[in-house]
Every structure is written in structure tokens, then in C-alpha cells.
Design a protein around this ligand. Structure first.
Ligand SMILES: [Zn+2]
Length: 461
């Protein structure tokens, strides 16, 4: 085996490397630009004949798989060992070289970073402690500083910084180096190239020290334009939202106006409608009827008072067996059976016909008021049938028909019977309250015989 150990110097060395590349050769290379670590020596070997696309590399003391991977321009993970752990000297690494139409050669030290959510070129540059310009120079195909899709490949030069260029048809290393004013030997060294034929169309080469200043400025300008467009789009969208809002406000205002007008017209039509005229007439009739009722009740009360006076005078002269305490009514006039007091404990606060409170001054007091604590039970004074149980003339009231009489229990807080029900004398009807026109909890107890209010006292024991 012919063994040769040298560092390439200038074109002559490149030519020599070229002539040697067909034979088995051991070539020593410095890791590009990394002056802090000791020189590493790799034996770049031609592909073995029995397995195409693969070279076997024998490691020396202290060498890491990562350095081998960088030297051959393959991913560190492709070597199948921990890339950062020193392997024992003499270990043989199997290095798969890319081949086929998709094959591409990356310069040594150029790592592939896969973009994550939210990445920009600037963020990635910061993460690898390099300038945005250096990162842009390594990624000339990027057309934007932003808008990286997740998983997109970004080249990160970890050893030597410069322009990373993909060779196009008709381009070669010498031509590119000359065009960008880069030293071709330095280019060969940084790219670990022994022969110009090692790189071809589609391969990437690093031109050390060259910066893509113009491309960077273009990207910055492009971003500025994009941001300006975005600002304009936002302003336009805001304006359109405002116009739509104003249209909505105007539409709602007109709608409200039309609705108010329509309501007014409906009301006007209703005022002239036969239903409304009929209703008005009905109200008027009711009002006249009620006025008439009140007038008749007053007349009747006056007549009763007159009769009472006359009776009082005559009764003085008569046997008092059939005389009632008030003298208004004889028991014989009622055909409804026995009558008892509707409550056990109470205070008589207003008598029949009295005008003691404001309400009774306006309307003839047709019954007696029995005051008792709120909730005191009220019992049926006579047996009978419930004609009404609910809200009516005397707040929450119960009307019990009994013989030729109607007994009214008013101002209850709660009733205990329902209309149509039959009750016995002494049965619970409800409880004392103060519903309706009322100044304190009491029972308004009224008896009407043949539709005429009479003094209940005359019937009670
Ligand atoms: Zn009363």
C-alpha cells in the first residue's frame, strides 16, 4: 500500500491529490479553521469494490465519529455510533456516501438544522451564536428571512463561515472561486476536496470568507416591503370593518324608525277598529252599572238605617223576644240553619254600616270586621257551598252560599277551600290576612240575604 501524508498547499497539491485519488491513499487534513484543537488525521479512502457507496474508516486514538462524518460530508447519525464519544483506536467506521440522482455533497462542518415552529433565520443564527449575515450566506436559496416551514433544512456552518453555493451545470470549483475572489486552495481545504472531480453539479461547496451582503440586503428589503404590505392590508381591513359597522348602525337606526312608525299605524288602526269601539262601549256600560250599584246600595243603607230608627222606637214598646241587638234583622229572615262565629278569638273593630275608616266612608260597610293575628284560622259560620275562593272584592275572599244567604269572608292570607266544594259549619275556610283594601289583619265577614247586606250580628249567637 502506497502511503502518503501531506497537507495540500496550492494548486500543485490539489493536482497531486487528484492524481492520487484513484489509488489507495491516506491523506491527512486539518479540520478547517478550527485552530484550538489538535490536528486530526483522517485517511480518506476510495470506495471499496465489493460495497459501492460505502467507505471504511479506521479510527486513530481520540478521534470522534462526528469528525469523520464532517470530513466525509455525511450526517453524524449515519455512522451508527455515538458521534461524540471517542472510539477505540483501530475501530473501523462504515461511512455511507450518498449516491444516485438526489446525492449531494455538503461541505465539512455544515450541519443541517431542521426549522421548528416560530423559527426565523435571525433566531436560528442567535441560537448558533453567529450573525444573520453568516447564516444567510450559507442559505442562498432562502427567499425570505421569515416564513420558514417546520422541518425545512437550514445549513449551519459550524467550522468555517462563508458562502455555501450549489454547483450548477457548467460551473466548477475553480470558476466559482475566481468569481467570488476566494483562494482555490483554501476552498479545497475547507471543503476537504482532494480532486476537483469530487464535486459536481448539485453538490454544495463552501467559499470561506465570502459574505452574501447583497442577498441579505435584498431579503431585508423584501421583508420591509412585506411588512408595509401587511400594514396596508390591516389598515384596509380596519377601514372595511368600520364601513360595515357604520352601515349596520344606519340599518338598525332605520329599522327602529320603520318599526316605531308601523307600531304607531297599527295603534291608529286599532283605535278606529270595531273591536276597540265595542270594548270602549263595554267599559262605559260597566262603569255606569257600577255607579248604579253603588247608588242603590247607599239608598238601601239609608232606608235600612231609617227602618232601624223606626224599629228602635217601636221595639221599646214591644216584647223583646225576637229583637236582634242591632234591630236590623230578625233571625227568622234567614233560612240557612245554625250560624256560629267564624273565629274563636278576635276583636270586633268595625260594625255593620260604620264609617270609621276611609274606605268605609266611600263605600257602605256591608259587614263586620273581626281583627285577629295574621294566620288565625277562619271557620265556616254556616254549612253551605263554596261559590268563589280566590281574589275578588275583598282581597283573597271566600263566598259561601247557604240557604237564601251568601256569606263573604274577606282579606284572607290563604284560602283552604275550592269553588264548588260543600262545607259544614265550623269547617276551615282559610286564614286571616290583609289582602285587598286593608289597614291591618282582619276578617271582613259579610252576610247578604237575597242579595242585600244585613248585619251578621243579628244572626250570630
Ligand atoms: Zn270590612
Amino acid at each position: 500500500m502506497v502511503s502518503s501524508l501531506f497537507r495540500p498547499r496550492g494548486l500543485a497539491a490539489l493536482a497531486l491529490a487528484c492524481s492520487l485519488s484513484s489509488a489507495s491513499a491516506e491523506i491527512s487534513l486539518l479540520p478547517p479553521l478550527d485552530l484550538s484543537s489538535p490536528a486530526l488525521t483522517f485517511r480518506l479512502q476510495p470506495e471499496s469494490s465489493n460495497e459501492r457507496g460505502v467507505v471504511h474508516v479506521t479510527l486513530q486514538q481520540g478521534e470522534r465519529a462526528r469528525d469523520v462524518a464532517a470530513a466525509y460530508g455525511v450526517g453524524a447519525a449515519e455512522l451508527g455510533v455515538d458521534p461524540d464519544r471517542p472510539q477505540p483506536a483501530g475501530a473501523v467506521l462504515r461511512v455511507p456516501l450518498r449516491s444516485g440522482p438526489q446525492a449531494r455533497r455538503l461541505p465539512p462542518g455544515v450541519q443541517v438544522y431542521r426549522a421548528r415552529a416560530g423559527d426565523t433565520l435571525e433566531k436560528i443564527a442567535r441560537r448558533f451564536q453567529m450573525s444573520s449575515l453568516a447564516l444567510v450566506s450559507a442559505n442562498l436559496e432562502r427567499q425570505s428571512l421569515d416564513d420558514l416551514s417546520i422541518g425545512e433544512e437550514i445549513f449551519v456552518p459550524s467550522m468555517s463561515q462563508g458562502l455555501v453555493v450549489r454547483l450548477k451545470d457548467g460551473q466548477d470549483l475553480l470558476q466559482l472561486s475566481r468569481y467570488y475572489g476566494a483562494d482555490v486552495v483554501e476552498v479545497a481545504r475547507v471543503n476537504a476536496i482532494n480532486s476537483p472531480t469530487e464535486v459536481g453539479v448539485g453538490d454544495y461547496v463552501l467559499l470561506p470568507g465570502v459574505q452574501a451582503t447583497r442577498h441579505m440586503n435584498e431579503l431585508l428589503e423584501r421583508r420591509e416591503r412585506a411588512q408595509e404590505n401587511e400594514r396596508r392590508r390591516e389598515a384596509l381591513a380596519r377601514y372595511e370593518r368600520y364601513v360595515a359597522y357604520q352601515k349596520g348602525v344606519e340599518r338598525r337606526r332605520l329599522q327602529a324608525k320603520y318599526e316605531a312608525q308601523a307600531r304607531f299605524e297599527r295603534y291608529q288602526r286599532w283605535l278606529r277598529s270595531p273591536e276597540r269601539v265595542a270594548l270602549q262601549e263595554k267599559y262605559d256600560r260597566q262603569a255606569r252599572y257600577q255607579q248604579d250599584l253603588a247608588r242603590r246600595a247607599q239608598e238601601k243603607a239609608a232606608a235600612l238605617a231609617q227602618a232601624e230608627n223606626e224599629k228602635a222606637v217601636t221595639s221599646e214598646l214591644q216584647d223583646s223576644a225576637l229583637r236582634t241587638p242591632t234591630g236590623v234583622l230578625r233571625r227568622a229572615a234567614f233560612h240557612g240553619g245554625d250560624v256560629s262565629w267564624p273565629m274563636r278569638n278576635f276583636r270586633l273593630t268595625s260594625r255593620f254600616g260604620e264609617r270609621d275608616i276611609e274606605f268605609h266612608q266611600q263605600f257602605f260597610h256591608g259587614g263586620i270586621d273581626l281583627a285577629a293575628p295574621y294566620g288565625t284560622p277562619i271557620y265556616a259560620a254556616t254549612a253551605g257551598v263554596i261559590h268563589q275562593s280566590g281574589h275578588g272584592d275583598y282581597g283573597l275572599n271566600v263566598w259561601v252560599g247557604s240557604g237564601n244567604a251568601m256569606l263573604i269572608y274577606g282579606h284572607m292570607s290563604r284560602t283552604a277551600v275550592t269553588s264548588g266544594q260543600r262545607v259544614e259549619r265550623g269547617q276551615l275556610l282559610g286564614y286571616v290576612g290583609c289582602t285587598g283594601v286593608c289597614t291591618g289583619p282582619h276578617l271582613h265577614f259579610e252576610v247578604r240575604i237575597d242579595n242585600t247586606p244585613v248585619d251578621p250580628i243579628g244572626l250570630l249567637p
